[in-house]
Design a binder for this molecule. Structure first.
Ligand code: AMP
Ligand code: MG
Length: 410
């Protein structure tokens, strides 16, 4: 059977995942959460006609000919600070001092900035003059932010499936929406496997290496907004693998990730345990690095087996798991942006879809890329030095220097 392409594999994964359940959350706790409802404004924004300047609210017709040479004199009948609704109505020949954000009094249809008057004094506590000289003509609407100019009651302002940004929370607050329905944060279990693995703080022993993947992957999970559930390290035997998978089930996680043990090695038991307690959908993809990538279900929980090599595990996460968690999270537009980058050097590939560690730099809108060192899938240092992954399509054996390829910025 031909190997699945990256796109086919990702489609297979996504088609079997569904968004998690929703909850109502206080606005203050909603940063980065994914909206599970459309947000419809129940107010106009601005809420009322207000001034965009410190100045004097006037009737435009009173000052149509005002200039420095022939100022118009108006009598000041009120002082309107922000937060105080005006009670007066301007008659012809009258003005009201007004502060930025304060409500426009009835009768007024323009604001003349203090700079265009003889009363520049904006000191706190300064009292208003009886008369003000206007040095500049004003037109109807000048320096007024009319009610509803930004948003009208009934408008849909934020759509279901959007990850809430800081400015979104501000807008929700403006609209008086103090809690919203969001998707729960998916819980993603993570286990490492391998007899060679020891804890980061354990003394080194011959033949052993430190379990680094659990750190990389837990941090990657956090970067998606999901909650990592660390299960620890399974030994290379069925019982140990099954014990941790059962623990994942007991913890009611939404997705299980593992690293290593899904290749064709003599001690790769994960595949077998998944097969006899659920189902294995596929376990190889036509890509580099990261060909041994498995997808299935442990009992009813979706399972993605990442490769063990540290770079392969990272790439597998970026290529498949990030999109998978996006779908579980309820995210609508999780599509990753690519940029075009020009290769500084010739790049050889082996015909699989390849994700290569590179450093790109931008000059005048053009990205140029160079590889960050040898592309062995155990060389995490070259990934640390990279700020991008170059994507060499399947079927391509050589990219000549100067040619552009797609890149993901990391
Ligand atoms: P495997 O898929 O079990 O054949 O592992 C592939 C490679 O990844 C081997 O060199 C392992 O030692 C290495 N490896 C597996 N798990 C981890 C881990 N958690 N952290 C770092 N390296 C790992
Ligand atoms: Mg192994």
């Amino acid at each position: 059977m031909a190997l699945l392409s990256v796109d086919q594999a990702r489609e297979r994964i996504l088609s079997q995942l569904h968004p998690v359940t929703t909850e109502t959350v206080n606005l203050a706790e909603c940063s980065n959460r994914v909206l599970a409802q459309d947000i419809i404004a129940l107010d106009d924004l601005p809420l009322f006609d207000n001034s965009s300047m410190d100045g004097f609210a006037v009737r435009a017709e009173d000052v149509t000919d005002a200039s420095t040479a022939s100022p118009r004199s108006l009598s000041v009948v009120a002082d309107i600070p922000a937060g105080h609704a005006p009670t007066i109505s301007l008659a012809p020949g009258q003005a009201a001092r007004i502060m930025t954000g304060a409500q426009i009094p009835s009768g007024a249809d323009a604001v003349v900035p203090v700079e265009d008057t003889n009363f520049e004094n904006r000191d706190a506590g300064s009292t208003v003059p009886d008369q003000v000289q206007i040095f500049k003509a004003a037109k109807i609407g000048n320096n007024i932010r009319p009610r509803g100019m930004d948003i009208r009651s009934g408008n849909t302002v934020l759509e279901k499936g959007r990850r809430l940004k800081p400015q979104d929370l501000g807008l929700l607050a403006m609209l008086g929406i103090s809690s919203v329905i969001v998707y729960q944060r998916p819980r993603i279990a993570m286990l490492s496997s391998g007899d060679e693995l020891i804890a980061v703080d354990a003394p080194l022993e011959p033949g052993k290496i430190r379990d680094s993947n659990s750190y990389t992957i837990a941090a990657l999970i956090e970067s998606t907004g999901a909650e990592p559930v660390r299960l620890g390290v399974a030994r290379d035997d069925r019982e140990s693998v099954k014990k941790l998978l059962d623990e994942a089930e007991a913890q009611k996680v939404d997705l299980i990730l593992s690293s290593a043990g899904v290749s064709v090695g003599a001690f790769d038991f994960i595949k077998e345990v998944i097969e006899s307690n659920g189902k294995m959908d596929f376990w190889r993809v036509n890509m580099r690095p990261g060909k041994p990538l498995a997808f299935g279900q442990y009992r009813n929980i979706p399972f993605i087996g990442l490769p063990g090599n540290p770079v392969s595990a990272f790439v597998g996460f970026e290529v498949f798991v990030r999109a998978a968690i996006g779908k579980l999270s309820g995210l609508q537009n999780g599509i990753r942006q690519t940029v075009r980058a020009r290769c500084e050097e010739e790049i050889d590939s082996d015909g699989r879809e390849s994700y290569l560690r590179a450093h790109v730099h931008e000059e005048n809108g053009v990205f140029t890329a160079r590889l960050t060192g040898h592309q062995g899938s155990g060389n995490l240092h070259s990934l640390v030095q990279a700020n991008a992954l170059l994507i060499i399509p399947a079927g391509v054996k050589c990219v000549p220097a100067g040619q552009e390829v797609n890149a993901w910025l990391l």
